[in-house]
Design a protein around this ligand. Structure first.
Ligand SMILES: [Zn+2]
Length: 388
């Protein structure tokens, strides 16, 4: 390992306790998406104290932030993505407390260099679990002039190269006509029947789509009392596919099912997106290779081959705007299942502590390579343009 990387390793060693403290505090006080006031405050206070210029509340999102540290001379601009939202009922069952802390920690490690070219950003991006704020941040131009976007996510394996599924969140409302369920059956129009027809249609559709396309729905409204024919029924769906283009086609088919279901009982149907749409994740391979190389230098050799995460991440939208990576690193022994209380517990234990330290340093070393190695930067950009 060269001298500068040894220097960063020492810096990370010095900072590990305070960075873990950030993760612990956020982990012990879970907040849902767009309500992460405590978490964003903790991270912003720390970054400000470390000499970063911090703007809280960006792109119209109160709990988003942008922290900036400029090097001594011009160069590329890299962004570490900080997530810090929790899940209802299971707290930090996705370990986002570790993501926020590791990204802030990596940026601070880099800022200790007296020979830093370019700029290091930490972008606080709320609500990854629901209607991810990265979608808004991309749309509002926060990633304009960013050369690379980097983060990690705790998981059950070390996976530097991932793809994720594009996702649409669709809400269908069926409008009928209320009437007495027994005395006025021929006057009423049963919106619940429409929604039931819709689910039957969707089950048929599921048999005719490739196995990597996913349709999952629930009924959120289905009438009020049994003696009134339901005049309104609502269903919500997440639909997913490997590519945005295929998902756009699937969405049309799902909408046709809903239209047909409404027509069968003479109801009306309207639909809308109830959360932001996510695009599929394109991992920048040159950037991921650099991350992997640094991971090996940390003594980590169990590295899994590229994977398609069966879920969806708002980093997908970032990866279409700028070169990006979203590697997974093993939390503990990798046996805990994400989105469970056990995972949240592990993220708050010594397992979470050692993962934050590993992630912070690997992210910092990767950031250093991107800022200091012109050839690597060219390669990253060339690949990004080619994929686009
Ligand atoms: Zn997550």
């Amino acid at each position: 390992m060269d001298a500068i990387k040894e220097f960063f390793r020492d810096q990370a060693q010095c900072l590990r306790q305070e960075v873990w403290e950030l993760a612990r505090q956020i982990g012990e006080r879970p907040e849902l998406g767009y309500k992460e006031y405590f978490a964003s405050e903790v991270l912003c206070t720390y970054l400000r104290k470390q000499g970063f210029e911090v703007t809280q509340g960006i792109a119209g999102v109160e709990t988003a932030f942008l922290a900036r540290f400029s090097g001594t001379r011009p160069g590329p601009r890299i962004a570490y993505l900080a997530e810090y939202d929790a899940l209802p009922g299971v707290g930090h069952g996705c370990g986002h407390n570790l993501i926020g802390a590791a990204s802030a920690g990596a940026a601070v490690v880099l800022s200790k260099s007296l020979d830093l070219a370019g700029e290091v950003l930490v972008i606080g991006s709320p609500a990854e679990e629901t209607s991810g704020a990265k979608v808004t941040l991309v749309k509002e131009g926060v990633f304009k002039d960013v050369d690379a976007a980097i983060m990690f996510h705790p998981g059950s394996q070390n996976v530097p190269v991932i793809s994720s599924l594009a996702l649409d969140a669709l809400e269908f409302t069926f409008h009928g006509r209320a009437a007495h369920s027994v005395a006025a059956t021929n006057f009423g129009i049963n919106a619940l029947d429409a929604v039931i027809n819709f689910f039957v249609g969707i089950n048929a559709l599921k048999k005719q789509i490739p196995s990597d396309m996913k349709i999952n729905g629930i009924i959120t409204e289905g009438g009020t009392v049994p003696n009134i024919i339901p005049e309104r029924a609502v269903a919500r769906f997440y639909i997913r596919a490997r590519k945005r283009k295929d998902l756009d086609e699937l969405r049309e088919k799902v909408i046709r099912c809903a239209e047909g279901a409404a027509t069968m009982v003479s109801a009306q149907m309207t639909w809308q997106k109830f959360e932001f749409s996510y695009d599929e994740m394109h991992t920048n391979l040159a950037l991921a290779d650099c991350f992997t190389k640094n991971l090996r230098e940390m003594g980590i050799h169990q590295i899994a081959s590229p994977q398609t995460a069966m879920g969806s991440v708002d980093m997908g939208n970032v990866s279409r705007a700028v070169p990006a990576i979203h590697p997974y690193l093993t939390l503990g022994t990798g046996t805990e299942i994400p989105h469970t209380r056990d995972f949240a517990q592990a993220a708050l234990s010594h397992e979470g502590e050692s993962l934050v330290k590993l992630a912070m340093l690997t992210l910092a070393l990767t950031g250093w390579d991107v800022l200091s190695d012109k050839k690597l930067m060219q390669q990253i950009k060339r690949e990004f343009r080619a994929v686009k």
